[in-house]
Each structure stands twice: as C-alpha cells, then as structure tokens.
Ligand binder design. Structure first.
Ligand SMILES: [Zn+2]
Length: 260
C-alpha cells in the first residue's frame, strides 16, 4: 500500500503521486471507494498507472469512468488497454469520440508523416458521449463538464468546486495546446474558452501537462493577447482569420507604389 499523496482534496495526480514524470497529467478523482481517471496517457505507461492505482488501494470494480479530455495520442493512446483492465466505461466529447472509435491517426497526431512520427492508435468504444453541462458522478462528487474548444474541437474541461481540470487550454508558463489545422484547432474558439475560464470563479487550474497553478486574470489576459495576434499572422496559416499585409499590398498595387 502506498500513502495517498493528494494534490487537492479528492484529487490525486499520478505523476505527482509517483514523484516523477510519467507522461501527461493523469488525474484520479475519488470519493470514498469510488473513483475515475481523467486521461490515461500513452499505452506503454498504462501498466505503471494501473499498478499505482492498485497500490493506492482503489478497487478496480469501483472505477466509475475513464474520461478522455480530447483525442490526442499522448492523452488517450492507452484508453483501450485501460478499459480492458479496469472494465470501466469510457467517456468523451462526441467529436473526440468519433476519432477514438475509428482510431484516427491523423487528427490524433499519432501519424505525422513529415516528421516520421508513426504511432499506433488502438480504437476504443466510447460508452458515453458527454458535452457541456453534463455531470460525471463520482460518489457524492459532481464533476461538471465544460466544452472548451480551441486546441481541438472536442476539448473538454471539468469543474470540481474551485478546481478546473483545464486540459490543454493553458499551462503555467502561459503556453497553450498546439494550434494546428489538421487537428480542428480554432484560435477564435480558443480565445472564447480562455475568456470563459477567466470569467469563472474557479481558483485553481489543473492542466493536462505540467503543474497545477492558481488561476490569475493577468496571466490569462497575456495569453489571450498573444492569441489575438495569431489571428492575423501568416505563421498560423489557415488557423488565422486574415493577413493584413495582403490588404496593404493590394492598396500599394493599385497605387503603383515602388518599394520603400
Ligand atoms: Zn496535450
């Protein structure tokens, strides 16, 4: 038996519990004997995660859910394996669920041919499609589901009192989850999701990568301001909404202006 090293009441994060980096954050939310996992990580870390859960004395039969925050390979490659071992229902947003059930390798970043990234994506059947406003019951705890698109169109966050499991929306250093057209990213939606998080009265953000941190308006504002510039930059290709240089150029072409 391992002593339970909670991050907050009712919350264990398994990298924090192990005191070493296993992969993405894997949150175990529990109330008495009932518990659920938020994300699971890569398939090759499932055995270690499950062994930790066993040593923490959480009965497998009391696992209420394995929840996918979104369909990226580094968060959910191990879902099928974990489901088989724990025999627990798997929950995801409908848009993530479609990718997970197909084992989609492109939108999940399992396959990036140009970078020789070629990982398996074992398909997994989704038992419950969850969306904004739904509740995941864990003992007497109610985890509120938020749909927070931006990084991907199926990105979920989960509120538990003053805590928000905030997925890939925002990290402690102000970075956000990758913005990529193949992935269903939307900078406009991303900003709306960040505004929603900012305007809420949650006190702590528990992200999918890196340490948990206090929610601070100035921190979120800096990230939003950065993303607002992305909307008008060629750097972000089809994820940008416009490119003001093209309008300037058009005007200069009409005027027949020489280089200056
Ligand atoms: Zn991620």
């Amino acid at each position: 038996m391992l002593p339970r090293n909670t991050l907050f009441p009712h919350v264990i994060e398994l990298n924090h519990q192990a005191r070493r980096r296993i992969g993405c954050c894997v949150y175990l939310v529990f109330d008495d004997a009932e518990w659920a996992l938020l994300d699971i990580g890569y398939e090759d870390s499932v055995d270690e995660i499950i062994e930790l859960v066993r040593q923490l004395d959480f009965p497998f039969s009391k696992c209420q859910a394995i929840v996918a925050s979104h369909a990226d390979v580094d968060h959910i490659q191990g879902l099928a394996k974990a489901k088989q071992i724990l025999k627990a229902p798997v929950l995801a947003h409908p848009k993530a669920a479609d990718l997970l059930e197909k084992g989609d390798r492109l939108a999940s970043f399992a396959e990036i041919a140009a970078q020789n990234i070629d990982l398996p994506m074992p398909p997994v059947e989704i038992d419950r499609r969850i969306n904004d406003g739904d509740v995941i019951q864990i003992g007497s705890l109610e985890l509120q589901v938020w749909h927070t698109p931006g990084h991907t169109d199926g990105q979920l966050s989960f509120r538990l009192g003053e805590l928000l499991f905030s997925g890939d929306n925002l990290f402690r250093d102000g970075c956000v989850g990758v913005i990529d057209a193949h992935h269903g990213s939307s900078i406009v939606d991303f900003i709306k999701s960040l505004e929603r998080i900012k305007q809420s009265d949650v006190k702590w953000l528990l992200p999918s990568h890196g340490p948990a941190f206090r929610k601070e308006d100035a921190h979120i504002d800096r990230t939003i301001a950065r993303l607002e510039t992305y909307m008008h930059m060629a750097d972000f290709g089809t994820c940008a909404v416009d490119w003001p240089l093209m309008d300037e150029w058009e005007q200069e072409l009409v005027e027949g202006r020489p280089p200056s």
